[in-house]
Ligand binder design. Structure first.
Ligand SMILES: *[C@@H]1O[C@H](CO)[C@@H](O)[C@H](O)[C@H]1NC(C)=O
Ligand SMILES: *[C@@H]1O[C@H](CO)[C@@H](O)[C@H](O)[C@H]1NC(C)=O
Ligand SMILES: *[C@@H]1O[C@H](CO)[C@@H](O)[C@H](O)[C@H]1NC(C)=O
Length: 502
């Protein structure tokens, strides 16, 4: 029993903290998750939290006392803290802890409470203990770019004020952490660059979130039919294995969606004409999927779009000139498809459009660097009927027939590291490896993120100003260290104050 425990512990430590985890590729993710789960249970039993000699130090303020219990348990769940970030996490004065921010309670101006914890970029290895459920006053929990592993504990469902949850660029595993759906105040959800897998719950898109970052995980379900119910302004699901079609419900996001990045999944079917209803979208990236059919003329409704990328799909037909003349278009990439024609405005360097257009590796007569006639013929001669395709009823969707055979679909970009020794610090390189053929250009250059997502970075490690117990501490930011995706670098929408606090 002991020996078993020890070898499990050994395995756990290996899985969590060493770059050797790829050695265990024979171990399925589910098995790994269950091992880690069991081990977490064992470890938390082993931790003796009863050495509570300071038990009544904070008793005058029971909320700080509970925070103390949470943070002490968390510190014990940290195995490595290479920058000594939590060195001063000693004793009951949690408001002096590095990365812990206190302010007056929204419901009781006479006491201080822990309003946020920011451990961004600390490179700490460890896990999240269930005791974090005691941080019931926290509005912000930012732990991006660390080496936390295991699962997100159910007990964080007690964080009723939690507004921003950023666990990006860690080593969390297991299914989508449904517990985040039970956080009533949550607006900003950032799970990117972890090892989550399995289905995206449809409830995610019914929850009132402002930003959803799921990119660079291993999610593999169909796109939930209620996708369009989301009111988020940014949805990034790039670099997963989401399949199926884009639900027609996407049109319901017309007033709210600013950025949609679905790049490098296994999506298929026709592009729903409702995409053209997204009049506020500035970034629409559907590249590196298996979309078929024609580009609907309705897409010209994307009047605010600056970055439009449909490259590396199976699209056919003619690229309409109205798309290339959209007023705010900066980059329009439709390379690596099977287009047989493009309007005059869509010819790269055309004087009729100011956008940078990319058209290579299609079936365009008179254009350089196109597919061979032999590759084009079978696809171009068999157009896909998009008129009848509907996507997104809750009943199973009849798949749109894919052009067949599939001649030389360009190789996909390497899925985000198949588990090579993870490079955590500095963050993983851009996920956008250049397309294979020779004359390839660098990845698309995206304009800076939209202003609401790009307020000036705040110093994340600066100590709160003197007297912070009476004024609001500086807001930690979680934008700096998150790896960019395809040149896009998203910061969270920094709320003007600790949400719920004022
Ligand atoms: C952290 O503390 C240890 C021991 O006090 C010290 O040896 C090490 O240099 C410190 N590391 C950093 C990055 O300050
Ligand atoms: C987790 O929450 C449950 C109640 O939902 C509670 O009984 C339990 O003590 C909590 N665990 C810890 C470690 O705080
Ligand atoms: C969407 O655009 C309209 C004008 O077209 C504007 O009034 C509205 O504020 C925008 N909404 C968002 C969320 O950007």
């Amino acid at each position: 029993m002991e020996a078993c425990g020890h070898s499990l512990l050994f395995l756990f430590l290996l899985l969590c903290f060493s770059s050797l985890s790829y050695v265990f590729s024979a171990l399925s993710n589910v098995e790994a998750a269950s091992i880690i789960h069991r081990q977490l249970l064992a470890l938390s039993k082993k931790e003796d939290l009863s050495d509570d000699f300071e038990i009544d130090v904070n008793i005058a303020n029971p909320r700080l006392h509970r925070a103390y219990i949470a943070l002490r348990a968390w510190k014990k769940a940290m195995y490595s803290d290479p920058y000594n970030f939590t060195d001063n996490w000693i004793g009951p004065d949690v408001c002096s802890y590095h990365g812990v921010f206190c302010t007056t309670a929204p419901d009781d101006p006479s006491i201080n409470v822990v309003a946020g914890v920011d451990l961004n970029s600390a490179d700490i290895a460890g896990y999240l203990p269930a005791e974090l459920g005691h941080l019931t006053d926290a509005a912000l929990l930012h732990i991006n770019s660390n080496r936390f592993c295991g699962i997100i504990p159910q007990n964080i469902s007690h964080l009723k004020l939690l507004y921003e949850f950023d666990v990006s660029n860690n080593r969390f595993v297991g299914p989508f952490p449904d517990v985040v759906l039970r956080l009533p105040s949550l607006k900003y959800l950032d799970l990117r660059f972890n090892d989550f897998e399995g289905a995206l719950p449809s409830a995610l898109f019914d929850k009132e979130l402002d930003a959803i970052f799921l990119n660079d995980n291993h999610f593999s379900s169909q796109m939930p039919y209620n996708f369009g119910n989301s009111k988020a302004s940014v949805i990034v699901i790039a670099n997963n294995k989401i399949r199926g079609c884009i639900p027609n419900s996407i049109g319901k996001m017309a007033a709210t969606l600013n950025e949609l990045v679905l790049m490098n999944n296994v999506l298929s079917g026709c592009l729903p004409p409702e995409i053209g209803l997204l009049r506020n979208a500035t970034v629409v990236d559907l590249s590196w999927n298996s979309f078929a059919g024609v580009l609907s003329k309705s897409l010209e409704g994307l009047t605010k779009v600056e970055q439009l990328d449909v490259s590396h799909n199976m699209l056919t037909g003619v690229v309409p000139g109205t798309l290339c003349r959209m007023p705010n278009l900066v980059n329009f990439h439709f390379s690596y498809n099977f287009f047989k024609g493009e309007a005059e405005e869509c010819v790269p360097m055309s004087t009729k459009s100011t956008a940078v257009v990319e058209d290579k590796s299609n079936c365009l007569a008179d254009r350089p660097a196109q597919k061979s006639a032999k590759m084009c013929a079978p696809v171009v001669s068999r157009p896909v009927d998009c008129g009848r395709s509907k996507c997104g009823s809750s009943s199973p969707v009849k798949p749109v027939p894919k052009p067949s055979p599939e001649p030389s679909t360009p190789p996909r970009p390497p899925p985000s590291p198949p588990q090579p020794p993870p490079v955590r610090s500095p963050p993983p390189p851009s996920v956008h490896s250049p397309p294979p053929p020779v004359h390839s250009l660098p990845p698309p250059v995206y304009s800076p993120p939209s202003p609401s997502f790009n307020s000036p970075p705040r110093p994340i490690h600066s100590p709160p100003p003197p007297g912070h117990h009476h004024s609001l501490p500086p807001l930690p930011s979680h934008s700096e260290a998150v790896p960019p995706i395809g040149g896009l670098s998203y910061a969270s929408p920094p709320p003007p104050f600790y949400p719920g606090y004022n």
